[in-house]
Design a protein. Structure first.
Length: 247
């Protein structure tokens, strides 16, 4: 027993050591990248006007905090992203279950789902704004449009790949389709659902920012468009000459 505990302790220490090494190298690579970026900008190896630098980004960040209410814009974008993400998960699960329950319905709708998933989502945003108006509901819908069709197809594919023998066993034991769904199909697809959620949160953010590009007066997408339009120039006058610098 003592030998088993000693072996277990060695294993736990090895795992902790490996995790510490991974965290160290992650932080080390990030710090090295930032330092190289700053040094290349300072010594003009790269064009700091085009590529900026970490120090300039920090100054710009604090100016946005003081002048443009950056936390408020972040909060708005975060709210729209989370709402669109939650709706996408709920709608995807509901429609995927319907398609799984009815093979006829799935065969009818499958080509339409493939077509809608292949559409360029950035092209849908102007149409949604024309149809629904420029408001936060339209931006949330734009965020949903980027992720919902792919999520439905991925979930439905996961449902169909569940072991048929397990479902047959449920029916053999006088179970219903609901029993097969809740006891076999959904539990088997929890890893698939988590993977889809990790992808969808990024896709919803992209969709929300695209919507804010076109029809928003608040949010990170609005700040990006505003920054690209004014290009963040500061006018200075020194010794009778006009100088411009980027911030």
């Amino acid at each position: 027993m003592k030998q088993a505990l000693t072996t277990q302790e060695k294993y736990v220490r090895a795992v902790k050591r490996a995790n510490r090494n991974i965290r160290f190298w992650r932080i080390f690579l990030c710090v090295i990248f930032i330092l190289l970026w700053e040094l290349c900008a300072q010594y003009r190896i790269i064009n700091a006007f085009i590529f900026s630098s970490p120090s300039r980004l920090v100054r710009c960040f604090w100016q946005l905090m003081e002048q443009q209410n950056l936390p408020g814009h972040i909060g708005i974008t975060l709210f729209e992203t989370i709402v669109s993400f939650l709706i996408v998960i709920a709608v995807s699960l509901f429609i995927a279950v319907l398609l799984w329950r009815s093979r006829t319905l799935s065969r009818i709708l499958e080509p339409y789902m493939v077509m809608l998933n292949s559409l360029p989502k950035s092209a849908l945003a102007p149409l949604l704004i024309v149809w629904l108006g420029a408001n936060y509901k339209t931006i949330i819908l734009t965020g949903m449009s980027v992720a919902v069709f792919g999520s439905i197809m991925s979930l439905y594919s996961g449902f169909m790949e569940v072991d048929a023998e397990k479902i047959k066993l449920i029916y053999t034991l006088n179970g219903t389709m609901r029993d097969a769904l809740y006891k076999v199909v959904l539990p088997a697809n929890i890893p698939n659902l988590l993977s889809i959620m990790k992808v969808n949160i990024g896709l919803c953010l992209v969709g929300v920012v695209i919507g804010e590009f076109i029809a928003a007066r608040q949010g990170l997408g609005y700040l990006i468009i505003y920054g690209s339009q004014v290009f963040r120039f500061v006018h200075k006058q020194r010794k009778g000459k006009h100088h411009y610098r980027q911030i």
